[in-house]
Design a protein. Structure first.
Length: 285
């Protein structure tokens, strides 16, 4: 029978528990971690959108059908009134509205992730916390490029042409993506800072109504004098005029500067509330 010292030796040196090797200490996230995690977040969001029929309809089918519907119903009468083809204003307008409407659907999806607790779970994962927003912006960029390209493709069937070639197409994509991301930042801030999703839904309705109060259908000179300044300098008109100028090789400097000013203003005003709202939404539960 072993004595006390022998028992102690048995307990100390012959323990049946085999603990795993201690994990290495994880260093602070780096820029490389941010880029890697952002791509993963973007893939997650894009995969989710691809399986959501509402998002697919809003991003692809609805803009394409809108182009065809406006062309069939309004092209002849509007073109006769303005004296020029309405295609070069209507196609950029629908492409822009499609990009903006998709942002509203994305914001509503973000609200659902908040209510289901997914944002809180993502916040606790060992990933770069900024990747949640940068990945969402990356996914938004991909969605906008696909939406705008699809609308331009349908527009070419009804007579829209990019006379400036590949540089003009890339410029159109850059302008639409830049403005679309700034609008997405605004709508995301509204979704995260509000108590419910009603403000996002009303913003989406306002986006649809804005189709009839810009320079997409007719020039600003065709509106009443008291309404003309608001129509000419509202952000959608500036962006539509920029896309039209890039497609037709027209004067692009002035509308481009106005578009950049509007995009920068939206980013400056709403980036802070978006980050604060996301952190609050992720840590609330």
């Amino acid at each position: 029978m072993p004595f006390g010292s022998e028992v102690a030796d048995v307990v100390t040196y012959e323990s049946p528990l085999n603990f795993p090797t201690r994990d290495r200490w994880r260093p602070e996230p780096t820029v490389q971690d941010l880029s890697h995690d952002s791509v993963l977040q973007a893939q997650r969001i894009l995969l989710k959108w691809s399986r959501d029929p509402v998002t697919l309809l809003q991003s692809l089918l609805f803009p394409a059908l809108t182009v065809l519907l406006f062309w069939l119903v309004l092209d002849s009468s509007v073109s006769e009134h303005s004296g020029t083809s309405n295609t070069f204003g209507m196609v950029p307008m629908v492409a822009l509205v499609g990009a903006m409407s998709g942002s509203s659907i994305s914001a509503l999806g973000l609200r659902r992730e908040q209510t289901t607790g997914l944002l809180s779970k993502m916040w606790t994962l060992p990933t770069h916390r900024a990747s949640a927003m940068t990945g969402r912006l990356l996914a938004e960029s991909v969605r906008i490029v696909i939406t705008v390209s699809a609308v331009l493709l349908v527009g070419m069937v009804i007579g829209f042409r990019i006379h400036s070639g590949l540089p003009g197409y890339l410029g159109i994509i850059a302008v639409a993506t830049g403005f679309g991301l700034s609008f997405s930042m605004m709508i995301t801030a509204l979704a995260l800072m509000s108590r419910d999703s009603h403000i996002v839904e009303w913003t989406a309705i306002g986006t649809q109504l804005a189709m009839f109060f810009n320079t997409g259908f007719v020039p600003a000179d065709s509106y009443p004098a008291w309404l003309r300044p608001a129509i000419e300098y509202q952000p959608m008109s500036c962006t539509i005029d920029t896309i039209r100028a890039l497609a037709t090789e027209g004067p692009v400097a002035r509308p481009m500067l106005l578009t950049l000013a509007w995009s920068a203003a939206l980013l400056i005003v709403f980036t802070g509330p978006t980050l604060v709202g996301y952190r609050r939404a992720a840590t609330l539960n």
